[in-house]
Design a binder for this molecule. Structure first.
Ligand SMILES: Cc1cc2nc3c(=O)[nH]c(=O)nc-3n(C[C@H](O)[C@H](O)[C@H](O)COP(=O)(O)OP(=O)(O)OC[C@H]3O[C@@H](n4cnc5c(N)ncnc54)[C@H](O)[C@@H]3O)c2cc1C
Length: 467
């Protein structure tokens, strides 16, 4: 819980962001705990409702030497949106900056304040037949999505947040408002400063507004759960489908048997899509989508899957085309379902797409040897080479933290050996800062650290310090 504020600080904060903008006591608790990691103590929580008040607060904090951690919807997974244990950081919640300022159908753009939720933007854009095509099992804020460069299940088709960003406004650590809000699709005039704020987790500035590129909504989709002949066959399946349907492939996800079984145990109403057969050892979620309402996507998907099954060397052994909402309900329920199976040691790693089978075989084999009590419940974005390698430890006991770190060590070593990334989507936070230090090349770290020092010399912004 936040500590009692000194009367002088409370008065200053209330003057800057209004009485309702300062949150203390039990109401502040939700801002201090992260979704998966991060449980600290804030000096205070402030929730300004205008950009001007946000900039005024950041400038005040700089003059007073106060530390800030920005927070959007608090769905981040590396503990970077919540304060540390020392009670010396102020949580700056952007949730009251929630105005959708403009929707432009001709330019296919939306101008939004940072606290607008993805679901709210998509609801507002739907009547114009548009959406922000980033799809995930959470409902983040647009500012948080920029700060973490959110990817999601349709990155294969639409790219992540970096690609969708056309304009940005941010408050720099000294309180200066930086505005690059022209919404240009083409603008090659040197360093693209707005990109500095993408994926840097609020460590270089506080995002207050953004212009994002929307896409026409998919009017027809067809979704299937597919059993590949083997995991080694998956890259060939992907290549084959991409070469035949191109951009119509909107998702290509993988789900292990263990992850699917855990999800169905947690949500019996979803039922085994392969019934009466058992769940196959590995399952692909394949989606075709078209913006034309009359496009025969389902027929195309069924025909293509039949060809893959009937080819001389069958690439798939089974396929079930089903209601998209039902199949996506399974996919989006995995992460939460695993939490009910035991302690989850979660990884968000990536390698090149073609290397995923070898990487997975390697890491699963080594885990089975050293940690036979862990259940590998992986799932993820095979189309982008991303794997949520979630390991369930049903009856965690003994030196849990020590064991967890040994597991992490093993996995990161294998990731490194395969030329991969220890954080494919979720970014860097207190939970994996030491891994960043270990595996990020020194010149990259030095450049990052120099940038941080330039913009935030006293390291007052963000949950982690790259300096
Ligand atoms: C069930 C579930 C599924 C998920 N699936 C995916 C997935 O498929 N792909 C993916 O990429 N991510 C995924 N995530 C992670 C998460 O949703 C994203 O990282 C998200 O976009 C973060 O947005 P947020 O508004 O919740 O940010 P927060 O969690 O509030 O903050 C995240 C980081 O951004 C910073 N930040 C937030 N707002 C601002 C701002 N206005 N200015 C500056 N910095 C700011 C914070 O300081 C912190 O460092 C998932 C999360 C959950 C819980």
């Amino acid at each position: 819980m936040t500590q009692p504020l000194s009367p002088a600080l409370r008065a200053d904060l209330q003057r800057l962001v209004g009485e309702d903008g300062v949150v203390t006591g039990p109401e502040a608790h939700v801002y201090e705990r992260g979704y998966r990691h991060g449980a600290g103590r804030a000096l205070a929580v402030v929730r300004p409702s205008t950009v001007e008040a946000t900039a005024a607060f950041v400038g005040y904090a700089a003059r007073q030497g106060l530390r800030i951690v920005a927070q959007g919807a608090n769905t981040g997974l590396v503990g970077a949106s919540t304060p540390g244990p020392d009670g010396d950081q102020i949580v700056l919640s952007l949730e009251s900056l929630r105005r959708i300022e403009a929707l432009d159908a001709a330019d296919r753009t939306a101008t939004v304040q940072a606290g607008v939720r993805l679901s709210a933007l998509n609801a507002a854009a739907a009547p114009a037949g548009l959406w922000l095509p980033i799809d995930l099992g959470a409902d983040p804020s647009i500012g948080g999505m920029v700060a973490t460069n959110t990817g999601g299940t349709r990155q294969l088709r639409y790219g992540g947040m970096r690609r969708r960003l056309l304009g940005l406004e941010a408050v720099l650590p000294d309180g200066t408002l930086l505005r690059e809000m022209r919404g240009l699709r083409k603008d090659n005039v040197g360093i693209d400063v707005k990109q500095l704020f993408v994926g840097t987790g609020g460590s270089l500035g506080v995002i207050t507004r953004a212009i994002v590129e929307l896409a026409p909504v998919l009017r027809r989709t067809a979704t299937a759960l597919v059993a590949p002949a083997s995991i080694a066959a998956i890259p060939a399946i992907l290549r084959d489908i991409e070469s035949r349907v191109g951009a119509m492939l909107t998702a290509f996800e993988g789900i292990s048997c263990e992850a699917l079984a855990a999800t169905l145990r947690r949500h019996p109403s979803l039922a085994n899509p392969f019934a009466p057969d058992p769940i196959p050892p590995y399952v692909l979620l394949i989606e075709f989508g078209a913006t034309e309402a009359d496009r025969e996507v389902e027929e195309l998907l069924v025909a293509l899957l039949a060809e893959l099954a009937d080819s001389p060397v069958a690439l798939i052994t089974d396929a079930r085309v089903g209601a998209p909402e039902r199949i996506w309900a399974i996919r989006h329920a995995i992460s939460d379902s695993l939490r009910h199976e035991g302690r989850v040691i979660a990884f968000d790693v990536s390698v090149t797409r073609s290397r995923l089978p070898a990487f997975r075989a390697d890491v699963v084999g080594r885990l089975a040897e050293d940690f036979p009590f862990l259940r590998v419940c992986d799932f993820g974005h095979w189309g982008d080479g991303g794997l949520h390698l979630n390991l369930v430890w049903p009856d965690a006991s003994g030196d849990v933290c020590g064991t967890e770190w040994r597991v992490r060590d093993l996995v990161y070593t294998v990731v490194e050996a395969h030329g991969g990334s220890f954080s494919a989507e979720h970014g860097v936070g207190p939970i994996n800062l030491s891994v960043y230090r270990r595996y990020t090349p020194e010149p990259c770290q030095r450049l990052g650290s120099n940038l941080k020092t330039l913009l935030d010399p006293h390291a007052r912004l963000g949950a982690v310090h790259f300096a």
